[in-house]
Design a protein around this ligand. Structure first.
Ligand code: G3P
Ligand code: MG
Length: 357
């Protein structure tokens, strides 16, 4: 039993535990910190400001590059969350880059809020267009675009009038080889229309039917907690809408793969990254080695995503469900009960530190 982390370190031991925090509904609601998250996170740093407990963020949200998200989170939470401090935000397409290497130099489209094409370019994809930019090269592809005030504000290649646009890529002959839904789609109607065009034509909107290019979703959350009091429709809801429509207008059912939590590979990756953050990882034969964790805590608000994922991943994951987001029940969730239910993330961190230190 050690009173403090410094005592723990002075005995040449390491914390045999780590923590993965969900963001939406646990740490933030919209852009507002919740559940005492700034205080809770501050307890994971030492007096010098160095990280003392290995932790990372395990979010299904995305749309901006990880480096920028780290800076944004640091400002919102008042703690230094920077990649150089070895605190990671896991975005699944980045973790899977090797399996997607066949698309590295092929035309792909990236869908969602924020800057999905920048996110994919930073992962190493060389020929990626956002669906916004891609759609803008096809006159009349969205028959109701004139009723959307925001379309006039978009600017690509320095032009604001789509008729003046010079496509950076010959979209009329270069087939889209894959579509990646990176973050929550903004203009569902247009996105469903253009995705159906791309997918049923084999990658060339307006052409005859062709072989469906692969479609990947970063996550499959039906609902999530944002700033509004009740849950908002997430990427999983968009997937259901797209799939239902596609299957009505096309003879072959939509084929797709969804990543993100609760997929066990996300939790395995998190474990590998947390292992590198252990203060006492050591060098052996030129490789960084670490001891296995006794416990990894997943603190989440969504039973079907965070708790199901931690349960499926098995040992050493221990799931903690908060009441600040999707889940608001008095007792535990019936189908995917967590190992522990608490009101807030601060309560969860208090429990962990009391038990471990
Ligand atoms: O759009 C974000 C949402 O799908 C979930 O985010 O942080 O709760 O995994 P998070
Ligand atoms: Mg959440």
């Amino acid at each position: 039993y050690y009173r403090s982390f410094s005592q723990l370190q002075s005995r040449q031991e390491r914390p045999s535990f780590g923590i993965a925090f969900d963001i939406d509904g646990v740490i933030l609601r919209g852009r507002v910190p919740i559940g005492g998250s700034p205080q809770a996170l501050r307890r994971l740093y030492g007096d010098s400001g160095a990280l003392k407990i290995p932790f990372l963020f395990l979010t299904n949200g995305g749309g901006i590059p990880e480096s920028r998200r780290a800076v944004e989170l640091s400002k919102l939470l008042g703690v230094d969350i920077l990649p150089s401090q070895q605190v990671f935000i896991i975005l699944c397409f980045g973790q899977l880059i090797n399996s997607f290497s066949r698309f590295e130099n092929k035309l792909i489209v990236a869908i969602g809020k924020g800057e999905p094409s920048l996110v994919m370019s930073e992962y190493g994809f060389k020929k990626v267009l956002s669906l916004d930019e891609y759609a803008s090269y096809f006159e009349n592809i969205d028959p109701v675009s004139q009723y959307k005030a925001w379309t006039t504000k978009q600017e690509f290649n320095g032009h604001s009038n789509p008729k003046e646009l010079v496509p950076r890529i010959d979209v009329l002959s270069d087939k889209v080889k894959a579509a990646f839904v990176v973050s929550d789609p903004v203009d569902w109607g247009r996105d469903i229309q253009v995705l159906c065009d791309i997918l049923r034509s084999g990658g060339l909107p307006g052409q005859e039917n062709g072989h469906q290019p692969p479609l990947y979703f970063a996550a499959d959350d039906l609902e999530y907690q944002a700033a509004f009091p009740s849950n908002r429709l997430g990427m999983g809801a968009f997937r259901i809408a797209l799939e239902s429509i596609f299957n009505r207008i096309h003879h072959n059912a939509l084929e797709f793969i969804s990543y993100g939590k609760p997929n066990p590979f996300v939790f395995n990756n998190a474990e590998a990254i947390l292992r590198q953050l252990q203060p006492s990882s050591y060098q052996y034969n030129g490789h960084t080695r670490s001891h296995p964790f006794k416990t990894l805590y997943m603190i989440g608000d969504n039973p079907l995503v965070d708790i199901k994922g931690a349960k499926q991943a098995g040992h050493p994951w221990f799931s903690i469900l908060t009441r600040t987001g999707v889940f608001r029940g008095k007792e535990n969730h019936a189908e995917f009960p967590a190992d522990l239910v608490v009101d807030t993330v601060e309560e969860a961190v208090n429990y962990i530190l009391k038990k471990e230190c």
